[in-house]
Write a protein of this length. Sequence first.
Length: 243
Amino acid sequence: MFRLRGSDPRSSLPFIGPRVSKVYMFISFEGIDGSGKSTHVRLLGQYLDEKGRPPLLVREPGGTDLSERVRTLLLDPEAHIVPRAELLLFSAARAQLVDEVIHPALAAGRVVIADRFYDSTTAYQGGGRALATGDWLRDFHAFVTDGLVPDRTYYIDVPLETAAARRGTDPDRMEGAGAAFFERVRAAYQHLASVEPERFVVLDGRQSVESLHAEIVCDVEASLYAEANGTGPSPSGSPTEAP
């Protein structure tokens, strides 16, 4: 787990404000449903906004008119969607989001924070549904995203029972997939993080919200500082394969 020393991790490095106009960063958050990732997307967005660098927050599926319509269909508990169609629908929504929203924002120098990106498809459809090989998914993601890779991916890892308790009693179509499904999804995420440690930051989702947020802020500040000085993380160029 990535950590910086210091009594206050949120102030350990100078924050890179809007004066650094050419620095952008594409951040994604990943985890099984109930991991708490959406909470931390929101908190990080608020933090950056307060520091004078308002980010663009996007979610998957969603973020465009077309993508939100696809989201409604994909999460409908009464919709019968075969696994191949599920993969293609998620990816169609992603392609629209990349071209219509993410690429223009990054070109304008924005920080973009995504609540899920293609790693979700690798974990859920590749791992959970056991639908496609790693090599195929890697090339497919590159086509769907036009080669876009997150600079930093925060994977919030939680035990299945913790996530299930947080999801509540009215699951959507994906949340209701069952324990065995989510075990495979979690294993796929852990594999992705292990083979691409320079991009993934693995976080213990059992921590308090405050502790986890401080850890994320610390890493984001360090990454933005490094980007501004030409030593920061850069996209790997191609998506990582599934286990």
